[in-house]
Design a protein around this ligand. Structure first.
Ligand SMILES: Cc1cc2nc3c(=O)[nH]c(=O)nc-3n(C[C@H](O)[C@H](O)[C@H](O)COP(=O)(O)OP(=O)(O)OC[C@H]3O[C@@H](n4cnc5c(N)ncnc54)[C@H](O)[C@@H]3O)c2cc1C
Length: 408
């Protein structure tokens, strides 16, 4: 770290930290901005382990930040991909009602998506569904032609490139281990990393799975805890790829829209089936056997964890059961794609979601971006965070411009 005095330090080189950095460099070129990333490469956690879906904005409560940022973010992202020659496909998505009892919720989703400004939504019958997804059967489906797929790691890397071209600094292999204020309150922050100490007047915390820790380290009284949930996927063997043309989803439980296994064709042409959602015993625990005593105790000693467990134990156990039982996973997949067989499925990857849980055990549903005295903390940015990355970065850059004062 040659020159270590900055106006703003952004912790986290995922898609949100990098989008914010790029937009700050554009809107406030006089500010000296640095990004600190603990890994040697950028975008290796949630950004590099997600489903790659550019959501169109159907599920989210009208007026919520998710609804606003997803719809605006998706449109901006499509433009960004076109301007920067990043491959994306607008393959469309079907949300399939299999039982009569799901038809009401399908109609609600149509109305919600329309209220959010999602274009082109249509409820289709079985014949049209067969034209879109020939191997899927259902009573009716919601067709969302604007949903697409992209490689979010490529997008994040492009944000990083633009930030650096504008003169911004990115330090990788630089985990922030301690944050102090050597000059007392009102003075600069000192961010300690193994590569040296970086001084910054302001902090933007985009640390994903560790955002609550960074917020506490900076002296914020954080009211939530990040609980990590691993999502595990199978992949379809190449000879079975023809079973899925685009994106096939079930009608979600409105309380848990992120649950419910689905099929996702990604931009590299692979088809993923999943994910489930099981408690991870390490924040970056991508394998079942990954365990960290301190981090597990951190979850288990949080009162909100037990309140959450009490509320949702049945659903949680179901997810764990499915995690260890391929037959159950397959049965759920067959609801959407009756022809799929055990032999079509090969082992797949996983991702870990950073889910903020409040002290009363409730799962934060919307994005949560907290404005502190000299810091901004992104405390909850689940899906569709990647789709929304340009809108979230724009929002954070706006907050910084409003609250951090002019550079010297
Ligand atoms: C399984 C899964 C599927 C998803 N699918 C989709 C999807 O299809 N579409 C969509 O829009 N969204 C999806 N999401 C959500 C999306 O991936 C996230 O909203 C988004 O990636 C969040 O970006 P981020 O930059 O906040 O977090 P991250 O990408 O996790 O970045 C945080 C960074 O902070 C770094 N960091 C942490 N602690 C420190 C420290 N002390 N010092 C320095 N650096 C630190 C980490 O190493 C990491 O690189 C999915 C998420 C998951 C987990």
């Amino acid at each position: 770290m040659e020159s270590s005095q900055y106006d703003i330090a952004i912790i986290g080189g995922g898609i949100l930290g990098l989008s914010t950095a790029m937009q700050l460099a554009d809107r406030a070129p006089r500010w000296r901005v640095a990004v600190l990333e603990k890994e040697e490469d950028l975008a290796t956690h949630q950004t590099g382990h997600n489903s790659g879906v550019m959501h169109s904005g159907i599920y989210y409560r009208p007026g919520s930040q998710k609804a606003q940022f997803c719809v605006a973010g998706r449109n901006n992202l499509v433009r960004f991909c076109e301007e920067n020659e990043i491959e994306y496909q607008q393959c469309g998505k079907v949300i399939v009602a299999i039982e009569e009892s799901e038809l009401g919720r399908l109609q609600d989703l149509y109305e919600r998506g329309t209220a959010n400004g999602v274009p082109g939504l249509e409820i289709v019958g079985p014949e049209r569904l067969k034209e879109i997804e020939p191997y899927t059967t259902g009573l009716r489906a919601l067709w969302a032609p604007h949903t697409g797929i992209v490689d979010f790691t490529r997008v994040a890397t492009a944000y990083a490139g633009k930030f650096q071209q504008a003169g911004g600094d990115i330090f990788t292999g630089a985990p922030v281990r301690k944050i102090t204020r050597p000059g007392g309150s009102g003075g600069s922050l000192a961010l300690e990393t193994p590569k040296g100490i970086l001084q910054a007047k302001h902090l933007i915390n985009c640390a994903g799975l560790y955002a609550d820790r960074i917020a506490s380290m900076s002296g914020e009284n954080v009211q939530v805890r990040i609980i990590p949930f691993r999502g595990e996927y199978y992949t379809l063997r190449p000879e079975s790829h023809h079973l899925v043309s685009g994106l096939i989803y079930p009608v979600p439980d409105p309380q848990f829209p992120f649950l419910g296994v689905h099929f996702t064709r990604n931009i590299k042409g692979h088809v993923e089936a999943g994910p489930n959602a099981v408690l991870a015993l390490r924040r970056e625990g991508y394998r079942k056997r990954d365990f960290d005593l301190g981090e597990s105790l951190g979850s288990l000693t949080y009162p909100g964890f037990w309140k959450m467990a009490l509320k949702y134990w049945k659903i949680g156990l179901g997810e764990v059961y499915r995690s260890y039982n391929k037959r159950v996973f397959l049965r759920d997949l067959q609801r959407l794609l009756p022809e799929i067989k055990d032999s079509d499925l090969a082992g797949g990857g996983s991702g870990v979601r950073a889910q903020a849980v409040a002290k009363d055990g409730s799962l934060l549903d919307d994005f949560s971006i907290l404005q502190g005295r000299d810091a901004i903390h992104v405390l909850n940015a689940p899906s569709p965070g990647a789709t929304s990355s340009l809108a979230i970065g724009e929002h954070i850059a706006g907050l910084a411009l409003e609250n951090f004062g002019a550079p010297d």
